[in-house]
Design a protein around this ligand. Structure first.
Ligand code: F6P
Length: 350
């Protein structure tokens, strides 16, 4: 019986065809895939494995409620990557500071950033959650990387990927040569290539947004969603539908799989927190994956991959998916009156 291309085989072929993919980069992707298999197994067993799904009653560095699974997943990713010699350091959404690899391991030329468990509020309702990662090339020879080395714009990523733990576990990857999806074959324990060169259709009639925040959105986003809701009777001349899972990785995966647009827009209620998503662990990797699938990713006024990060845990809006829709929303941000944001206390762009 002929069997599909495994992730391992795919990575060997990528190394042969692209000078940008070396054995260390391929190894990091395999290490992340292994971590995702472990997390997938823990998620699959849920309450059968003790209280892994429980809340901890603690807050993480982001001031958000931590679940036990957040910490377990964080630990799994660190342990998969700490010893390999392929990385110099890691940064996690769950850790305050960057974490150099352990002292007895050789230092590699790459940096890893990750959100070990995205969509934690879905954990206790058995809805989709995921893991997101981004790989950067080192920019110095310093024995230990400092925070500034991690502050690279998304366009410079060497690789980005995510796993979605849903009815099946899917691993989506870009090495800068298209976006590809692998499905976990649980019998073999292998990710098998199921979609090579994913393409997001440029037009869409589906959007994903948390409408409960709508009174705090900027005017261009309100205009866009209002026009979608007017459907056939409005300026768009067609009906839209809305879907919302509440885990960014799963909502973006819908856009990657069948199109549509995902929005977590700027929120004007608190100047200190203009957005919720983390630039380095969520926005940059998903923007890279979506652009490589022919889609677009914007912060509202401009391309997400061009943002120069200022801080490790910086937050930013993301509007991503179908290219025509994202370009329309970006254009609304530059469109005279519609660009004005009545509620905004002078929020800066980008
Ligand atoms: O990163 C945090 C996160 O869990 C995302 O996965 C998700 O899109 C978002 O929060 C949902 O936040 P809210 O419910 O405030 O829209």
């Amino acid at each position: 019986m002929e069997y599909g291309t495994t992730l391992g085989q795919f990575l060997v072929e990528e190394q042969r065809s692209s000078t940008a993919v070396d054995t260390d980069l391929a190894g990091i992707v395999e290490d992340m895939a292994r971590a995702c298999k472990v997390i997938s197994d823990i998620v699959d067993h849920g309450d059968l494995r003790g209280e892994v799904l429980a809340g901890l009653g603690a807050l993480n560095v982001q001031g958000e409620t931590q679940k036990r699974l957040d910490l377990i997943a964080n630990d799994v990713v660190i342990r998969s990557n700490d010893w390999t010699g392929r990385l110099a350091g890691m940064a996690s959404e769950e850790l305050e500071d960057v974490r150099p690899v352990r002292e007895d391991a050789p230092r590699g030329d790459y940096l890893l950033l990750f959100d070990p468990l995205d969509g934690s509020s879905n954990i206790d309702v058995n809805a989709s959650i995921g893991t997101i990662f981004s790989v950067l090339r080192r920019r110095s020879n310093a024995p230990v990387p400092d925070t500034s080395e991690f502050l690279q714009p998304g366009r410079d990523q060497a690789a980005a990927g995510y796993a979605v733990y849903g009815p099946s576990t899917i691993f989506v990857l870009t090495l800068g040569t298209g976006t590809h999806a692998f499905t976990l074959d649980r019998n073999l324990g292998e990710f098998v290539l199921t979609r090579r060169g994913v393409t997001i259709p440029p037009a869409a009639d589906e959007f994903a947004v948390n409408i409960a925040h709508s009174r705090f959105w900027e005017a261009p986003v309100r205009r866009y969603i209002e026009e979608c809701i007017q459907g056939e009777d409005g300026p768009r001349g067609k009906d839209f539908t809305m879907r919302w899972i509440g885990a960014m990785v799963a909502d973006c995966h819908r856009a990657v799989s069948r199109g549509g647009v995902f929005l977590h827009p700027r929120d004007v209620r608190d100047e200190a927190k203009p957005a919720k998503l983390r630039l380095l662990y969520e926005v940059s990797p998903l923007a890279f994956i979506i652009e490589q699938a022919g889609g677009a990713a914007s912060t509202g006024p401009g391309r997400a991959l061009d943002v120069e990060p200022r801080a490790l845990h910086q937050r930013l809006p993301l509007i991503a998916g179908a290219r025509d829709e994202v370009e329309r929303i970006t254009a609304y941000h530059h469109d005279g009156d519609a660009g004005a944001t009545p509620h905004a206390p002078g929020a800066p762009g980008g």
